[in-house]
Design a protein around this ligand. Structure first.
Ligand code: GLA
Length: 416
């Protein structure tokens, strides 16, 4: 028998003995709708510690964020200490003196879930210890701390195969015995939407977001060289919008965390939040919850808008058309409803007139049709409780302020 034939027989025997490898599947049922929570990165970068996390947890409960659906509290980069001689990772004990297990217990006692961050390479993007070569050990450690969510980044990976690296961590999480949400963060570099449905619960589709609506945010090093650039809301929107066919229950496109409350105008915050909901994006708050304005709180807890994001059909909305700076977005919802969003990309307030017949179409992904020629819908303005209901029985005329949206939930009119 040749070596090659011998290897094939061995492979066949292993395949029979270990049917489809026991652990070779992700945890199911963790992402029926896009994940919601808070993450430390956008606002705090490396400046995180136990006190901030505990205070954030308290606010999430006191201000009704948990009740609105934001259940994950996720530590991003820079929680790490060092590996011990056996290779086990530890927290930075100056930042987290009570330890991660105690922190996890605190979060759980509040009804929250505990998220943590690592990287498939040797170091994270912030040069902390990565999980390369320690995948099973780290997954075991996270499970022992009560971790419920892992964001897994892609810096310092020395050209290892991304599919292999992410599968390996998926298997390690599975083997840990604790259901842990797996948030893949390789920025869309390897088109994960084409191969990661069986690996992660969500995958980043773009590079990092910055707190800017139109222009990218450039960062310069000490030599004055632009070494890092964050994308604007509009840039990310345009990258994520065409990927709608790849998202669905259990596996979401992730256009990065929210910048609401971090310094854009209230119109821009509202538009950003609405569009992320139209795209069935993960809703991961990225602002300082301990010091936010009532206006910010009102945006991120708008239940009717969140319901668009969390709709059980799980269909990412589509950009139907664009006329000048005005975009028309639709998202099919449960019970034959539609979310309808008019987005003004420009700075000028713009008058629009909607002839509903222009928007008769069948969505190729959900198979749902708007049927505006045969069905009359009524719609509530989701950002203005006092506005009268609109009806598709007559054209809609309105002004959309610059960098803002009008957002409606259209339901079939029962004629009452
Ligand atoms: C990458 C990720 C960010 C954040 C940082 C942390 O840039 O894309 O979301 O996690 O790393 O260093």
């Amino acid at each position: 028998m040749t070596m090659k034939a011998g290897t094939k027989i061995l492979a066949a025997v292993i395949a029979v003995l270990i049917p489809s490898a026991v652990f070779a599947q992700k945890w199911e049922g963790l992402a029926d709708t896009p994940q919601m929570g808070w993450n430390s990165w956008n606002k705090f970068k490396e400046n995180i510690n136990e006190e901030l996390i505990r205070q954030t947890a308290d606010v999430m409960v006191e201000k009704g964020l948990l009740e609105a659906g934001y259940v994950y509290l996720n530590l991003d980069d820079h929680w790490h200490g060092e590996r011990d001689v056996q290779g086990f990772i530890h927290e930075d004990s100056l930042k987290f003196p009570s330890g991660m297990k105690a922190l996890g217990e605190y979060l759980h006692s509040k009804g929250l879930k505990f998220g943590i961050y690592s990287d498939g390479g040797t170091m994270t993007c912030g040069c902390q210890p990565g999980s390369f070569g320690h995948e099973y050990q780290d997954a075991y450690t996270y499970a022992s701390w009560g971790v419920d969510y892992l964001k897994y980044d892609w810096c310092n990976h020395k050209d290892i195969n991304p599919k292999g690296a992410y599968r390996l961590m998926r298997d390690a999480l599975r083997a840990s015995g604790r259901p842990i949400f797996f948030s893949m963060c390789e920025w869309g570099s390897n088109k994960p939407w084409l191969w990661a449905e069986e690996i992660g619960h969500s995958w980043r589709t773009t590079g990092d977001i910055g707190c800017s609506f139109v222009e990218p945010v450039r960062h310069y090093n000490e030599q004055g060289i632009n070494d890092w650039t964050e994308k604007s809301v509009l840039m990310i929107l345009d990258l994520n919008a065409p990927l709608r066919q790849y998202a669905g229950p259990g596996h979401w496109n992730d256009p990065d965390m929210l910048e609401v409350g971090n310094g854009m105008s209230v119109n821009e915050d509202r538009a950003h939040f609405s569009l992320w909901c139209m795209m069935a994006a993960p809703l991961l708050l990225g602002n300082d919850l301990t010091a936010m304005s009532d206006q910010t709180l009102a945006i991120i807890t708008n239940k009717a808008v969140i319901a668009i994001d969390q709709d059980r059909l799980g269909i990412q909305g589509l950009r139907h058309s664009r006329r000048g700076d005005i975009e028309y977005w639709f998202k099919p919802l449960e019970n034959g409803d539609w979310a309808f969003c008019i987005f003004n990309r420009g700075l000028e307030d713009t008058e629009v007139e909607v002839e509903w017949q222009d928007f008769c179409f069948t969505d190729s992904i959900s198979g749902m049709s708007t049927d505006f020629d045969t069905i009359t819908y009524r719609g509530a303005d989701l950002w203005d409780d006092e506005a009268p209901l609109i009806t598709t029985a007559s054209p809609l005329k309105l002004t959309v302020p610059g960098h803002d949206v009008k957002l409606y939930r259209l339901s079939e009119s029962t004629g009452e």
